[in-house]
Write a protein that binds this ligand. Structure first.
Ligand SMILES: O=P(O)(O)OC[C@H]1O[C@](O)(CO)[C@@H](O)[C@@H]1O
Length: 562
């Protein structure tokens, strides 16, 4: 692509601008939209389908459905309704969400200002948000967007009233680091789980509550639940008199739950203007409801992605946010796109594997990580730049004029280098990094996902693949417990055993269908961790286990030391 071509593109309709919000989409780095009339024709059917899908979703129709009945959830999808100016679905609208936000904010404010105290009349000091996937990525992304990576210090070096902590993964070493920092008496865990059955989240909550119990502390005043009404978790929270249970709808999908209580509760603890976030989402929804593709930024980007992927094999989307406040944005989008669009079958049950790989991070940092391959290596990707028009502060830097201008130079410089290297890119510029614009940003991406799902005829709202992983982990847990129990029961004084995983599967009376690598993994884990506190409570100090590598497999020898 020549400089002249790009310049004429830039001046002739490859830039969308919304004057009210100051949002700009620049598609000049992308020759594929050159003949907009042709695109209008080739994509006429896709655009109609995409717009019809939005109407269908917003009317409350059952859109989370496919012909594969064993996989489908058969439910409506309500994230757009949660910020819709009209109540198209009973009980769901921007006003309803603002009302819930007010209630959540009032409840949390009383904790923050010390009106609500713990059982010993002390002020709470720390809050831990416990959740995974959509029950974690959105809240973390929002908190960083408002306060930066060092979020316990607000902008301007003021401290937030409570220290915020996120705990998502089920990692004992990391949990220990966190637990050692906390005074449990003045800590609250906010457990966020729509289903209430996610193993990692439940395990983390149980671990926290076991620590409380060890210190003779009741769990109720130290736990808050965010879940669906009637879930097992709801029942548990009621029985144990949690400080509060805040509900979300069953129709709100995990990865699109940021506008619900999932986003609200952490936002209130972090003192965010969540009402502005909802209004920003609502505003972008309005912009992306239009059926004229030149007036609809989500349609423009979706079509660009469609053409890049299908015709040009540029499958991977790299998102670069030129602001440290967007540090978690690409990660957030990774779940939104990949869980939504990574599907084996289309809506009609026809095998047609689809997906949208997303990676990225913060610019300019990532330019020093993966940009070399993007610029010069295999042509398998396209780049999405996001940056802000305005900044709040600046510092003098001689070479660039200022630090802010240096950042701009790197956005534009990288765009230019991509052009010279023949690599496509698109750029979204939002006015400033505030909650309204972050709301617009998230809503834009949610709409693109809906449109791409419609183009590709897939259900963008289920996640059978993740369920596969969850089921397999449950099976692995059983193998692990069965092996521990077997050895604990049989391993009386003088008991000895030697063999490989296949031998263990037979001797330890495990089902024949048990994958051999599950057995091997448990025996290796036992070998490495038997004496770690709490790992194998029934076996610690009671067996000795050795492992050797022979003939391309591990051989274990276990001896009871009872
Ligand atoms: O909120 P829950 O039910 O604990 O689910 C957490 C996450 O797990 C998933 O079901 C699968 O990753 C996501 O869709 C969801 O965000």
């Amino acid at each position: 692509m020549t400089k002249g071509e790009t310049e004429s593109r830039y001046l002739n309709g490859h830039v969308f601008h919304d004057a009210k919000s100051n949002f700009t989409l620049n598609l000049a780095g992308f020759e594929l939209l050159d003949d907009i009339n042709k695109i209008k024709k080739t994509h006429e059917y896709s655009v109609k389908k995409a717009i019809a899908k939005v109407v269908e979703i917003e009317s409350g129709a059952i859109v989370n459905t496919t012909a594969n009945k064993e996989e489908t959830e058969d439910r409506a999808v309500d994230h757009y309704n949660l910020r819709h100016p009209q109540e198209l679905v009973k009980g769901k609208s921007l006003d309803h969400s603002l009302k819930q936000w007010n209630e959540v904010n009032t409840f949390v404010s009383k904790i923050l200002d010390g009106t609500t105290l713990n059982e010993d009349k002390q002020k709470y000091q720390d809050v831990i948000f416990n959740g995974i996937g959509g029950s974690f990525l959105g809240p973390l992304m929002l908190v960083i967007a408002a306060h930066g990576d060092n979020y316990n210090l607000k902008k301007g070096d003021k401290k937030l009233p409570l220290n915020l902590h996120f705990f998502s993964n089920t990692d004992p070493d990391s949990f220990k680091v966190l637990a050692d920092k906390l005074d449990l008496k003045t800590s609250i865990m906010v457990n966020i789980s729509k289903s209430g059955g996610t193993q990692e989240t439940k395990g983390n909550m149980d671990t926290f509550n076991a620590l409380l119990s060890k210190q003779g502390i009741e769990m109720g005043p130290h736990n808050i639940a965010v879940t669906t009404s009637g879930s097992g978790f709801d029942k548990f929270a009621k029985e144990n008199k949690f400080l509060n249970i805040i509900y979300m709808f069953n129709e709100t999908g995990g990865r699109t739950s940021i506008a619900s209580a999932v986003g609200m509760v952490p936002a209130a603890f972090a003192k965010l203007s969540f009402d502005e976030f909802l209004k920003g989402q609502s505003y972008m929804d309005e912009l992306t409801r239009k059926d004229d593709l030149t007036q609809n930024p989500a349609l423009l980007i979706s079509i660009a992605i469609d053409i890049l992927t299908k015709r040009h094999g540029r499958k991977n989307m790299i998102v670069l946010g030129y602001s440290d406040f967007l540090k978690e944005f690409a990660h957030y989008l990774q779940q939104l796109y990949m869980e939504s669009l990574g599907k084996e079958y289309d809506i009609d049950g026809v095998p047609n594997p689809e997906g949208q790989t997303v990676f990225g991070g913060v610019g300019t940092g990532e330019q020093h990580a993966f940009m070399q391959q993007v610029q010069k290596g295999i042509p398998d990707c396209f780049v999405r730049f996001i940056h802000f028009l305005k900044r709040d502060h600046d510092y003098d830097i001689k070479e660039a004029g200022s630090m802010g201008r240096q950042l701009l130079a790197f956005v534009k410089g990288t765009e230019d280098a991509l052009l010279q290297n023949g690599k496509p890119y698109m750029t979204c510029t939002f006015e400033t990094c505030n909650m309204f614009n972050i709301g617009m940003m998230v809503a834009l991406e949610e709409r693109i996902v809906t449109f791409l799902g419609a183009f590709r005829n897939i259900n963008a709202y289920d996640q059978p693949g993740v369920q596969d992983g969850k089921k397999a982990a449950t099976n692995m847990n059983k193998v692990s417990l069965n092996i521990e129990n077997f050895i604990a029961q049989k391993g009386s004084k003088g008991w000895q055993w030697k063999g490989d995983a296949a031998q263990a599967r037979k001797d330890f009376e495990l089902e024949e269908s048990t994958p051999i690598w599950f057995v091997d993994a448990v025996l290796s884990d036992l070998f490495a961790n038997v004496n770690v506190d709490n790992s194998y409570a029934k076996l610690k100090g009671k067996i000795q286990i050795e492992r050797s590598f022979d003939n391309s497999r591990f051989i274990y020898s276990i001896q009871s030391s009872l």
